[in-house]
Design a protein around this ligand. Structure first.
Ligand code: M6R
Length: 614
């Protein structure tokens, strides 16, 4: 969602900020803007659309106006008001002295607005943020102190915010504040940085302070002061940032998504290291902070997540129930919240999130925490807000994922769920059986099987080309691969904008089959296993309605050879591990369709990488 970059130091702020914003493009945005203070004047530039539009405007500007050493920049993902220039950030007070960039939603902006209007404030935009600009400006008029003004103002704001504020009369400081939205302060020498996420600043510094909820910071060239919610100065906790700038390179691939798909074998290797040494040894999972006795008492598991992470959770249900016998509920975070969910101290609540910043999941986790359940977080960002809520933290260590469409993080989430389920089964003595052994053995061979698919993608590319003109798609599967169908459909729709829906194959005949004809391709995922024949029958039913059929399978016998119009054959793999292999075919198919159609693969329209509003 919105990206914030702030800079104060000796460099040309405009360069640092524009570069930082370009590294935050992956978060999703539809307009951009920047405010620079030079000669005691705030110069504000904004443009709808891509960052290149803002750069164009800046390139036409007089050098003396943009040659500043302090500034704040923003990429906006519209929540209140269209993505127009007027609604783009930075917003400012009526005299243009105070500027603000904001990520989040100020929920009580409509309550605050009338009073500010009575005091003479003129509102130019439809945004919630502009209310904060006027509110802080009024506090500043009383206090003549920008820090104090922000501290007073945040006590009146409800909702979520991460923001940066400057005032032209105080060009030596930026004030930052945070509540339920990410914000970090990059610590430099003779310069400091503020950003929504690490990529924006990693080129300049590897040290940062993670601002916590309700904290306000005063950032100058050579000092950073952090204040708690009672306005007390607190000690700075400087941490090392977790990755290198190289992680942000496409490494020769055309898109980050393709690079990240190809990284999956290494992601799997990385996650298994030290955890499964051989099929005969127990899984080692030091991150689980539940004793054997506590694990044995767990009588219910709830998995909460959104989007792709939710699909990983659905696979997790199959694995957990099969291996441990513990009942598992999986729910979208946005549905889990604002109702009386049933959980207690014997419930294990698993939150899954690539970013660790998804607002719906954070709210759901906080709700579960109140029920005294053990909170286990599976995330790719051990520096995230969600990670900080965890009783047990399982970092998936997939490396930064830049493409909005999640691929390698899904793979790493699946692997974490396999490990966790096996670990639980082994600790509670649920299954001293061959299945656990078989899964361990298969997981160890997974990287090379993934490579077999990734080393020859020609067939998938041809299928992608052949089907790219279809406007609708149905994905079907059963059992543990039903979530694979959901995830394959999500990948296709988010990056190609083709209408794709995943169904349990057996459900086709209960309604969706009415849509089938030669214009509706059906992609079936079918692995040799308990539901194989059933899915084949569902494919026959689709074929009888003239649907074009694509099969993704590890087995096809002679008599069914002609059933499918196209097939992708994957390596042999037991059903229970197959979601980790099948999904790669569907990721590649979605990628190549999107690429063939010339879509913006890495930054699909309307989407954000971290969805930080509810
Ligand atoms: O960061 P999270 O895993 O919590 O994000 C959840 C969803 O927003 C995310 O998976 C989204 O569906 C992706 N764009 C999927 O590719």
């Amino acid at each position: 969602m919105c990206g914030i970059v702030g800079y104060i130091g000796k460099k040309r702020a405009v360069d640092v900020i524009l570069k930082g914003l370009s590294y935050l493009e992956y978060r999703g945005y539809d307009s951009a803007g920047i405010a620079l203070i030079s000669d005691n004047t705030a110069h504000i530039y904004k443009a709808p659309g891509k960052l290149s539009n803002l750069k164009e405007i800046l390139s036409l500007e007089k050098e003396e106006n943009i040659n500043a050493n302090i500034g704040i920049g923003h990429t906006r993902w519209a929540t209140h008001g269209l993505p127009t220039e007027i609604n783009a950030h930075p917003h400012h007070c009526n005299c243009g002295s105070l500027t603000i960039v904001h990520n989040g939603i100020i929920e009580n902006y409509k309550d605050l607005k009338p009073d500010l209007e009575k005091k003479g404030c003129k509102f130019l935009s439809q945004t919630d943020t502009e209310v904060a600009a006027h509110l802080i400006a009024h506090e500043f008029a009383d206090t003549k102190d920008l820090l104090k003004a922000v501290q007073n103002a945040v006590k009146k704001l409800k909702g979520a915010y991460a923001f940066c504020v400057t005032h032209k009369s105080m060009p030596d400081r930026i004030i930052a504040a945070r509540k339920n939205a990410p914000l970090i302060i990059g610590v430099g020498e003779g310069e400091n940085f503020i950003a929504s996420d690490i990529p924006a600043i990693i080129e300049y510094t590897k040290k940062a302070i993670y601002l916590s909820d309700n904290q306000v910071a005063e950032i100058k060239t050579d000092s950073i002061k952090i204040y708690d919610e009672n306005d007390n100065l607190i000690a700075n906790k400087v941490e090392n940032l977790p990755f290198e700038p190289i992680a942000l390179s496409k490494m020769g691939y055309k898109h980050f998504m393709l690079k990240e798909i190809h990284e999956q074998p290494d992601v799997v290797r990385n996650i298994l290291i030290d955890k499964i040494k051989s099929e005969d040894l127990a899984v080692v999972l030091d991150d689980v902070k539940l004793s054997k006795e506590e694990l044995t008492k767990i009588n219910r598991i709830q998995i909460i997540a959104c989007g792709t992470s939710l699909h990983a959770g659905l696979v997790g249900k199959y694995i957990f129930e099969e291996l441990t016998g513990i009942p598992v509920d999986v729910e979208a975070s946005s549905e889990y919240i604002y109702r009386n969910t049933i959980a207690d101290k014997n419930t294990l609540v698993i939150g899954i999130s690539q970013s660790g910043e998804t607002a719906d999941t954070i709210t759901a986790i906080k709700q579960a925490k109140e029920k005294n359940s053990h909170i286990l977080i599976i995330t790719n960002r051990k520096d995230s807000a969600m990670a900080r809520l965890a009783d047990s933290l399982l970092p998936i260590n997939a490396g930064i994922e830049v493409s909005v469409a999640a691929t390698k993080s899904y793979m790493a989430q699946l692997l974490s769920l396999y490990l966790l389920a096996i670990y639980t089964a082994e600790n509670i003595g649920a299954k001293e059986n061959n299945l656990v052994k078989e899964i361990k053995k298969e997981l160890l061979t997974l990287p090379s099987k993934l490579e077999t698919i990734l080393n020859d993608t020609k067939n998938i590319e041809n299928i992608a080309k052949k089907y790219s003109s279809f406007k609708n798609f149905i994905f079907i599967a059963r059992g543990i691969n039903y979530p694979t169908a959901l995830e394959g459909a999500l990948k296709l729709k988010e990056i190609s904008y083709i209408n794709a829906t995943g169904y349990p194959a057996g459900e086709l005949k209960h309604g969706p089959i009415a849509m089938l004809d030669e214009t509706m391709p059906v992609l079936a995922v079918l692995n040799k296993g308990i539901v194989y024949d059933k899915v084949l029958s569902n494919c026959e039913e689709a074929k009888a309605r003239q649907a074009k059929l694509i099969g993704v399978t590890n087995f096809i016998d002679e008599k069914h050879k002609n059933l499918f119009d196209d097939t992708v054959i994957i390596p042999e793999i037991p059903d229970i591990v197959s979601p980790a292999l099948n999904i790669v075919v569907l990721q590649l198919l979605a990628y190549h369709i999107s690429e063939y159609l010339g879509k913006d693969v890495d930054q699909p329209r309307n989407l954000a990488k971290s969805v930080t509003v509810e």
